[in-house]
Design a protein around this ligand. Sequence first.
Ligand SMILES: C[S@@+](CC[C@H](N)C(=O)[O-])C[C@H]1O[C@@H](n2cnc3c(N)ncnc32)[C@H](O)[C@@H]1O
Length: 236
Amino acid sequence: MAVPQTSRQIRKMRRDWERRARENARHYVVTGQEEWSDDEFIQSGRVTLEEEILNDLTNVCQGKDPKEMKVLEIGCGAGRVTRAFAEYFGEVYAVDISREMARQARRMTAGLPNVHVFRNNGMDLSSVRRRWWHRFGLGPRLQLDFAFSFMVFQHIPSRDVIESYVRETGRLLRPGGLFKFQVQGSSQVEPEPEETWVGAPFTEADARAMAERCGFEMRYQFGAGDQYYWLWFFKK
Ligand SMILES: C[S@@+](CC[C@H](N)C(=O)[O-])C[C@H]1O[C@@H](n2cnc3c(N)ncnc32)[C@H](O)[C@@H]1O
């Protein structure tokens, strides 16, 4: 159950990201450019796929055929990575706190039947679990093979919200499965609890403690002390 400060922060995140999405979604997703053509935006997602997935197949796929894998993306934005994932993996579940971002992600992945995009509540994966329940009822349990999040937690000022996502992802991942994600690693930036651009910073010790609390082994890390601090959490 969200404590009052967390609820306030989530409402603010939803408002702010809704505004950013309506103003210029693609720019707020990747701030390097003001204007993105469809082709450029799609290509940028393929670059992320190449850098973070294809260069890391041993950890991501662990010998599985990617077309047999169910994967999750947290904070999918306007769908650039979601689309690249859908072209590569068997089934993709994607969540985002902003209705407009989710709408654009659906548009970006239109025609790809293996993608499910949800506007979620900003802190857990209940929307994904609900959809699965409606499809399969008491049938097979949803088990994800891989989960991913990039340039999302670096914007979330609440550690409780980030940890909620990590715990929830742990519930849905199969044992041994990887959650590869990026957090804010720089302590130079001061997160404002009422702001939604600079996220809560993590040290290596913070990250390890979170992994332990949420049932993961933190096997690798890259970029400690940087804005782009990558973590490899394997479900125990
Ligand atoms: C900078 S964009 C990155 C989008 C995407 N990961 C990518 O790399 O293209 C950050 C996204 O995170 C979403 N977001 C921010 N806070 C969130 C939260 N608490 N839960 C879910 N999504 C969130 C925003 O709506 C936005 O779409």
